[in-house]
Design a protein around this ligand. Structure first.
Ligand SMILES: NC(=O)c1ccc[n+]([C@@H]2O[C@H](COP(=O)([O-])OP(=O)(O)OC[C@H]3O[C@@H](n4cnc5c(N)ncnc54)[C@H](O)[C@@H]3O)[C@@H](O)[C@H]2O)c1
Ligand SMILES: O=C(O)C(=O)C[C@@H](O)[C@H](O)[C@H](O)COP(=O)(O)O
Ligand SMILES: [Zn+2]
Length: 366
């Protein structure tokens, strides 16, 4: 990537991307510390350990922010954790003129964005994403929220951040499994909107990529275009939900049943496999595109083994999907690689069929 910083506008928020994004933050914070009554920084236990020292080293004002540290992991993306954040902010005197800085992955920005947006009916927050997932997807576009009994993002708001600062330097401490998780959403961006980006992505094996800067810019550009066309998800923003009806079902099921649950990206990767099969069945995706997608995902992700007895619960979980209308399951599907369509009604029997084939993997590409 060019050394120069790139700026996007997503759902009205400025998004600064590149090596000098944190210089921009340092500059902006100088004003914010004067104008805001107090500044809070939210981290989880890992981003506190790995990312906060880097940030404080580059942005000395950070030392003056009140730090709140929450436990890491999706199982803590709950109202109970929000309550801890609200309590700490209240005791420290936060009000509507305070600022919350979210330093972390999507768990921190989803929860922190929600917590800030309802505290005193709304205080500003900014995102500093530290995972690939949050740099290209979660920190952008203003979807905030928490899970309810492991059902994904059931409680939340559209509430865009005041600004986002994307610096890929934080990836140096990110575990490979988490990098891979972000790669799944990057694949998704390419599949729904840009066949050339897909070709560029699959040309280089993920394991040998040394810098993600160019891919991060391309993925942010795709997210920006889709969100800006429909920030409140009345229609076309649902394109970003490809892989998520089944993906969220796998994620919820895994949170409830596995000791080491799937990451969001791993779940979405499995969801994309099932939804590619459904796209082939009802949306005109060719079997060669379907097979290319399945092959590419399995090059990078392990096949998630679920027993056939899990299928009823997985189908039941899809009933909570936010895209559903009038009790009907509505999916985002692929017509071709690089072109998705939203609002595709799908009978539960087809969802069930995709899951049966998923458990008996060879049959997915029959
Ligand atoms: N709002 C949106 O538009 C949107 C988009 C995509 C995903 N999401 C949500 O984001 C969440 C997933 O986000 P995620 O994949 O970033 O997971 P995450 O925030 O849970 O982070 C993954 C793990 O990596 C650790 N970590 C983060 N940055 C690190 C770093 N630089 N070095 C070392 N460890 C680090 C975290 O502590 C955590 O253990 C899910 O809840 C998903 O639903 C939201
Ligand atoms: O930004 C969006 O819009 C997305 O759908 C991005 C998804 O990758 C992300 O997982 C999002 O949180 C899903 O939202 P939901 O409305 O399906 O809960
Ligand atoms: Zn997602």
């Amino acid at each position: 990537m060019a050394k120069k910083m790139q700026t996007f506008k997503i759902a009205g928020s400025p998004v600064y991307v590149g090596p000098s994004a944190l210089e921009e933050l340092r500059y902006n914070l100088t004003t914010l510390f004067v104008n805001k009554e107090s500044v809070f920084i939210l981290a989880d236990e890992n981003t506190d350990k790995h990312c906060y020292p880097l940030l404080a080293g580059m942005v000395p004002q950070m030392e003056r922010a009140y730090k709140i540290v929450i436990p890491a992991g999706e199982d803590h993306k709950t109202l109970a954790t929000c309550e801890q954040v609200w309590n700490q902010m209240a005791v420290a005197g936060a009000n509507r003129k305070s600022l919350l800085i979210n330093l972390g992955g999507g768990m921190v920005s989803d929860l922190g964005g929600f917590a800030a947006s309802v505290f005193h009916r709304g205080m500003e927050y900014v995102n500093i994403p530290t995972t690939l997932m949050s740099m290209i997807d979660a920190s952008l576009g203003g979807k905030t929220g928490v899970d309810l009994y492991s059902l994904k993002n059931q409680i939340g708001l559209f509430a865009p951040p005041a600004a986002v600062y994307v610096w890929s330097g934080f990836l140096s401490t990110l575990p490979h499994r988490q990098l891979l998780s972000g790669y799944a959403e990057m694949i998704k961006h390419a599949l729904i909107a840009d066949a050339d980006f897909w070709k560029r992505l699959i040309r280089i094996p993920m394991a040998v990529v040394s810098s993600w800067d160019d891919q991060i810019l391309e993925a942010i550009r795709i997210k920006a275009e889709i969100v800006n066309a429909d920030p409140l998800e009345q229609g076309s923003r649902r394109l970003l939900n490809f892989g998520h009806t089944l993906g969220h079902a796998f994620e919820t099921w895994s949170l409830r049943n596995d000791k080491s649950p799937l990451t969001h990206g791993e779940a979405i990767a499995m969801g994309m496999i099932c939804e590619a099969y459904i796209s082939y069945r009802i949306a005109g995706l060719s079997h060669s595109d379907r097979d290319e997608l399945v092959r590419q995902i399995l090059l990078n992700f392990n096949h998630y083994k679920i027993p056939t007895t899990a299928i009823d619960e997985l189908v039941e979980i899809t009933n909570y999907d936010k895209k559903n209308q009038k009790g009907r399951t509505m999916l985002t599907l692929l017509r071709n690689i690089g072109h998705a369509v939203e609002g595709q009604q799908c009978e539960p029997a087809i969802i069930r069929e995709s899951l049966f084939r998923f458990t008996d993997f060879g049959r997915l590409t029959e």
